[in-house]
Design a protein around this ligand. Sequence first.
Ligand code: CA
Length: 405
Amino acid sequence: MIEVSQNSDFSLQNLPYGVFSTKHDPRPRIGTRLGDTVIDLAVLDEAMFFGKRYNFFANATLNQFMEAGRSVWTEIRQRLIDELSKTNYQIKREALISIQDAQMHLPVAIGDYTDFYASREHATNVGIMFRGKENALMPNWLHLPVGYHGRASSVVISGTEVVRPRGQVARKDAPPEFSASRQLDFELEVGFFVGKGNNLSEPIAIENAREHIFGMVLLNDWSARDIQAWEYQPLGPFLAKNFATSISPWVVTMDALEPFRVFGPKQDPTPLPYLKVDSANGYDLTLEVTLQSAALESPQTISRSNMKYLYWGIDQQLTHHTITGCNLRVGDLCGTGTISGPTEDSCGSLLELTWRGERPIQLPNHETRKFLEDGDVVTIKGYCQGDGYRVGFGEVSGKILPARN
Ligand code: CA
């Protein structure tokens, strides 16, 4: 029997998918997770656990599994739940691996990465700092989910170290300089994977949007604020955000997240019909960010937020993305944008938490932070709380390394 504590992110109700390898068998393959045990689905598949062979669990990415479609996702999940619910379930011993012995890999071959800007609180805070109170929210913001096309090549798995980027930074009364970023930041986000694409010129209708999403991960969209402030007008972020985006290794399925849907903030003005949603399209997902400096003995919580604060839902983001006829493909990743809440301690970035460095964060050992220093480790955790169980994401973590010359 696999033990699962009440506080484990990985309950029987969760069963997320990830790609792992072991020392004993270094081939990356697909597994699910229950408590601190990884279940090797390639071994189960070979033993005809599912009543037939799927053959895609031995793959090094989830893409082919995702491509199989929703009925297969549900079928596999149900078979796992049915068997693992039994007290004497029949699962080969060799399929059960301790999480300590598993090396996690990027779970998906990501074709394209798009990042939205869906938190009203975040957009307002950044707008005030970059453009002043009068121009905080741009005139389009309440009418459409603002986003930009990001960079898929630099999406990395949790644990990957992040080298401080260098770039052009503005100076007062002088030409810009080329410098290591002095305002390196994190962004607390959730990412979602496209599990069913659409054909070119065939937009996804809002009522079908959720059907196209396979699952979600935690996402840290590392950002260099000084580079961003100089480059972002008129076309938006470019180098300030293309050097690294970290994601958590376990993809939590939409089936597992279904019980945690909640209504998001009231949308006023009412969105245009193609974006209008009447159902609960937010998620009650508790989020937390910790920071640990090289000198600190344990991580310090610096932000507590929740995905339910997002103004634009992920269904609205997905539909808006395709409304021109843009085709999404299986394995594409979308980020929600920084998830900031209504209170000061629920801001999802240091830019907001320190108000661009004006109010430094105090760490328990008397260090302060305006932005990230070399050696800092930022970790995002998140979970949905059920009745006596959790559906959680584990964590996405990354350590800052010095800039390279
Ligand atoms: Ca972002």
